[in-house]
Design a protein around this ligand. Structure first.
Ligand code: IVH
Length: 691
């Protein structure tokens, strides 16, 4: 039985590695993602049942899970040098000239793309990945082996048996552009749901794929690394007595061992060939799923490389050519202002369309009034546009030499008219406000400004909120336009005859919609709390508030200090809650929704709900409590599968300390190192990740 489990594990591991190779190295998958996941699942189950057969190089280890306390510093066997940079053809011809002058005549170059990520040195011993170290200061780097093992295109075990017993291979770990966009898009959706404005979202998003890669590799929890699909190209083989005459041949061999070597490297026999390679990739690089910032040119023969040697910092046989920053200048035709769901105003530059890094750019973010002022940007200016990390276009400055006279461009002009930021909302004409310390202007007309009202309704019906999926944003816009819904409470007053007045709304869809609305009355309190759209109250905070206060009136009546007692609620959030309930219009909406039967308190079932959250934990309860009487507190512990005991011992997990508790119990708990917590800590404990 066990023997066959061993064989099965080996067989599955082999199959999975083969598929990994096909998918990540060859980019040529032969099975579906679903089938792949099934195989991996089978392997994980078998390895769990037979931990004795779990190998460190099993493909199941790629899902991560191991947590590192800190990265060990490791000395590089061969220092990791950097390259000299060139930025133009002349510099490059000088490089070629220097090589010729050294006496080499018959030599060739290899051109490779310069990948913009984090350099890594991998060590393979007997075909197994034993170590992965970052560049660090070139002499010593961080041992990030555990994290690197989660990267699917890096083999844990080499293919075949034709590789040197020990070698290092270096390359660049990177985050594919699509993965970068995916992560930012997901993050953006979450932040929008939580009511963050554009500026805050911009601040919180990953800035560019290279930063994202280095941040990811520094994660201590390898599971977090596995979730962000990093990739790697290898470009340099090192070792003692390697059986290769040239760099190109060594990489071609490495490819046959299953290592991922880019197919875009090319041999060139002259500097003209190198220039043609540069020209080709200057634009073609934008079609790749990896950021590149230049080309690396290396003398191919190892003998020639040894002959040329090194300067103090870099090899004489290689050089980097950096692509020009992808920057263009174009005319700023106008500035428009977008009003977000939260009322935040985002200025957007409308540009004369211009080609930048492979895409046509027509619009760029101007972020906020401060940035416009700092850059002194004015409509009619020629502005420089750059793609931050090649992805988000932004305006980085004004070409003042091109500023037309009459706009301050003429030096003799006395009066210079700076661009004026709008003072009133472009949607509802309400005067804008700007909070102390905040970069953005806001339209304060939360209840009357169309994009804010529609945005609030869209959020209200969204999947994680009231989940009325038959009410899409288009229908909301139509109903709003027709004056049938002005706020979220109106949704519950909709009649069939109203709905039928709307374009393309047939009898059946109207019935469906009304049913969906009716069904939403059963949505539990914490989601209703999330749905009503209090600024900064995301899903998790709503859940915590619901469990802590149990009903909406308790939240409404809570004081600032009381709100601050809830885990993760800070001053800013607490104050927005207070402001929300201080507005009579909100109270009116809540009152109407209550009448319609929406859930504004935890259900009896929820209050009595049993979970396993306190499983295997023992509690001693002592003293007088403010939010519970002692029996309720004990009951709550049991509801979550915890155990109550009378006296403190070494086995006690927590002592929940109330006022006037027995000093002996406290002393004993302290002596035995039992954790002492307050009733609020306890509430936060059960509210954590509550479902
Ligand atoms: S070869 C002796 N090849 O660029 C230096 N480097 O400053 C050997 N890089 O730290 C480096 N793509 O992180 C080489 N195809 C490539 C590369 C490459 C990116 C990075 C690498 C290195 C830096 C050079």
């Amino acid at each position: 039985m066990s023997a066959s489990a061993k064989e099965k594990i080996e067989e599955l591991s082999k199959q999975i590695e083969e598929h990994n190779y096909n998918y990540y190295v060859l980019s040529n998958p032969t099975i579906s993602d679903y089938e792949f996941d099934k195989l991996l699942e089978q392997l994980i189950v078998l390895e769990k049942e037979h931990p004795e057969y779990l190998k460190t190089d099993s493909p199941s280890q790629r899902v991560g899970g191991q947590v590192t306390k800190e990265f060990k510093s490791v000395k590089h066997k061969y220092p990791m040098l950097s390259l000299g940079n060139t930025y133009n053809e002349t510099d490059l011809r000088d490089f070629d000239e220097r090589i010729r002058k050294s006496g080499l005549t018959d030599f060739e170059y290899v051109c490779e793309l310069k990948y913009d990520g984090v350099s890594i040195s991998l060590t393979y011993v007997d075909g197994k990945l034993t170590q992965a170290v970052t560049r660090g200061d070139g002499e010593k780097g961080d041992d990030v082996t555990t994290n690197v093992k989660t990267i699917s295109s890096i083999p844990l075990k080499l293919r075949g048996d034709n590789f040197p017993a020990e070698f290092e291979i270096r390359g660049e770990i990177f985050m594919p552009k699509k993965e970068f966009l995916r992560i930012n898009e997901d993050l953006r959706k979450d932040l929008i749901e939580e009511g963050y404005n554009e500026e805050e979202i911009y601040e919180k998003q990953l800035k560019n794929p290279r930063n994202a890669t280095s941040g990811t590799l520094k994660q201590l929890d390898s599971k977090a690394v596995a979730q962000r699909k990093l990739d790697c190209y290898l470009y340099s083989l090192l070792g003692e007595n390697l059986p290769f005459a040239s760099h190109y041949d060594s990489l071609e061999a490495a490819r046959t061992w299953g290592l991922k070597v880019s197919g875009d490297m090319e041999k060139c026999s002259t500097i003209e060939g190198v220039l043609a390679y540069l020209n080709k990739w200057d634009t073609k690089r934008h079609t790749l799923n990896v950021e590149t910032d230049g080309v690396v040119i290396k003398v191919n023969s190892f003998e020639h490389q040894r002959f040329l040697g090194f300067t103090a910092k870099s090899p004489r046989w290689a050089i980097a050519y950096k692509f020009k920053a992808t920057q263009v200048s174009t005319l700023l035709e106008s500035i428009s202002y977008q009003v977000g769901r939260t009322g935040a105003i985002t200025p957007v530059a409308n540009l004369k369309p211009v080609l930048l890094a492979g895409t046509t750019v027509k619009r760029a973010s101007l972020h906020n009034a401060d940035i416009i002022e700092k850059l002194d940007v004015r409509v009619g200016d020629t502005v420089f546009v750059e793609k931050g990390g090649e992805i988000i276009p932004k305006i980085i400055g004004v070409d003042f030499t091109k500023r037309p006279a009459g706009m301050g461009g003429n030096l003799f002009e006395q009066e210079v008219k700076p661009a004026e930021y709008i003072t009133h909302c472009p949607e509802c004409n309400t005067e804008l406000v700007r909070m102390e310390g905040e970069a953005n202007h806001y339209c304060p007309n939360e209840q009357g400004c169309p994009p804010q009202v529609k945005g609030k309704m869209e959020h209200f019906v969204s999947r994680k909120a009231m989940d009325i999926d038959s009410l899409g944003s288009e229908t909301i816009a139509q109903l709003y336009q027709a004056g049938l819904i002005k706020n979220i409470a109106d949704i519950y007053e909709l009649k069939k005859e109203d709905l039928l007045k709307i374009d393309r709304m047939a009898e059946k869809s109207a019935t469906n919609l009304l049913q969906g609305i009716q069904a939403s009355c059963q949505v539990p309190f914490e989601r209703v709390l999330f749905a009503i759209g209090i600024r900064h109250i995301g899903e998790t905070t709503a859940k915590k508030l619901a469990i802590y206060f149990r009903n909406i009136d308790a939240i409404r009546n809570a004081t600032l200090p009381q709100l601050l007692e809830v885990g993760d609620i800070g001053d800013k959030t607490a104050n927005t809650i207070i402001d929300y309930f201080a507005d009579d219009r909100n109270i009116e909406i809540i009152t109407k929704l209550k009448v319609q039967g929406l859930q504004f308190e935890l259900s009896g079932e929820q209050m009595a709900h049993k979970t396993d959250k306190l499983k295997d934990l023992t509690f001693v309860v002592s003293g007088v409590f403010k939010k519970f009487n002692r029996d309720d507190l004990k009951k709550t512990i049991e509801q979550h599968n915890g155990k109550n005991v009378g006296s403190v011992s070494g086995k006690t997990s927590y002592l929940i300390a109330g006022d006037n508790m027995g000093p002996e119990k406290l002393k004993k708990a302290e002596k035995l190192g039992v954790k002492i917590i307050s009733e609020d800590d306890f509430i936060n404990m059960i509210a954590e990740t509550s479902n």
